[in-house]
Write a new protein. Structure first.
Length: 359
């Protein structure tokens, strides 16, 4: 990242905070026996690894307002709470999307389903896996609140951060419901797809983590607005990059099968643009193929349709424009004395990392 900040070390510290918190929960769950141990084991898997973007944006949102935190370890614990929330969303998302894998490993519901089947228990293994994933996602969300509340900050900034945390959860859950409703209808125009993108991912991935970190530093409304001007367009660019990776990404890099978003039938901005611009026969082929079991030849054909429509290039242009808008807002905030210049430098490098991920 920026000279003087070790991103790899930060990720290690966030993982240590998560591991330590789950160790505490293990002690509380011990009286429940081996079933609780298995649930906790899946919790550990769900928070292992990842790029830690949300934690990083929380950290640098804080330092953009307070360049020298009084308690760095308390800040890392607060940042780790965002990763518990993210893990909760992923566990539930994988279940709703019927995904088999996450980060190259079995998704939670698949892992629990396999345990049920291997043990020869009664009842449908799939139902057991689904129920376990719902409960683990709920538990991770409760733990996220607990970790943020007990991170170690004073009452007033903690209350301010928790208020924003509540708003974050409302937005992401409502955005997720909007997403499944769009998929159920089997159609989405670009505006609807963009609304899903903004509330299901963009705000909770960048803007709200920035706000939560800044609130813990006692940010003013003007500072929060400056972080929104940077964070919201960047969050949208971040998710648009994910949409491209969901169709064109290398499974070795994404941990997901090739063309996974096509198989899952996701009506993303990329797909909406392609359906609008493709030749009628190509648009019909793409629309009919979404959400079906596709072999590699069929995935390649739908990728061709999207490329030929110009949608891929349009999304790349949108990512560039949104990232440029984000960085211009960041520069203005520094120039106006609202945000720390060094923190802004790291936020600039985080913007590049979030939007320029390799396929």
């Amino acid at each position: 990242m920026t000279e003087g900040w070790d991103g790899a070390d930060f990720r290690r510290r966030v993982q240590a905070a998560l591991d330590g918190f789950l160790d505490e929960q293990a002690g509380l769950l011990a009286p429940l026996g081996p079933d609780a141990e298995r649930l906790l084991a899946q919790g550990r898997v769900s928070v292992a690894g990842g790029k830690r973007f949300r934690a990083a944006f929380c950290h640098w949102g804080h330092r953009a307002v307070e360049p020298a935190p009084d308690d760095e370890e308390a800040l890392v614990r607060a940042c780790a709470a965002l990763e518990l929330l993210h893990a909760s969303a992923l566990v539930h998302d994988d279940l709703m999307d019927d995904s088999d894998t996450r980060r190259g490993r079995p998704a939670t519901h698949r892992a629990l389903e396999a345990e049920h089947r291997a043990a020869g228990w009664s009842g449908p293994p799939g139902s057991y896996g689904a129920a376990g994933a719902i409960l683990l996602g709920d538990l991770l969300q409760a733990w996220a609140d607990e970790l943020l509340r007990g991170a170690g900050f004073a009452v007033a900034p903690t209350a301010a951060a928790l208020s924003l945390f509540d708003r974050t959860r409302t937005e992401v859950i409502a955005g997720q419901f909007l997403d499944i409703s769009v998929q159920a209808r089997g159609s989405a125009d670009v505006d609807a797809a963009m609304t899903v993108l903004r509330y299901k991912s963009a705000k909770y991935s960048v803007e709200r983590p920035l706000h939560i970190g800044a609130a813990l530093a006692g940010a003013s409304e003007e500072q929060l607005a400056a972080l929104s001007a940077y964070g919201l367009p960047l969050g949208e660019a971040f998710q648009l990059r994910d949409d491209l990776l969901g169709v064109f990404g290398d499974p070795d890099a994404t941990g997901k099968p090739a063309g996974d978003d096509l198989v899952e039938g996701k009506r993303t901005v990329l797909v909406a643009l392609a359906l609008d611009a493709a030749k009628p026969a190509d648009a019909a082929r793409l629309d009919a193929g979404l959400g079906t079991s596709l072999d590699q030849t069929e995935v390649a054909e739908l990728r061709r349709v999207i490329r030929d429509s110009g949608a891929e290039a349009q999304v790349e242009e949108a990512i560039s424009a949104l990232a440029a808008r984000s960085l211009s807002a960041l520069d203005r905030a520094v120039g106006d004395g609202l945000l720390d210049a060094y923190a802004a430098g790291v936020l600039r490098s985080l913007a590049a990392a979030a939007t320029e991920r390799a396929r």
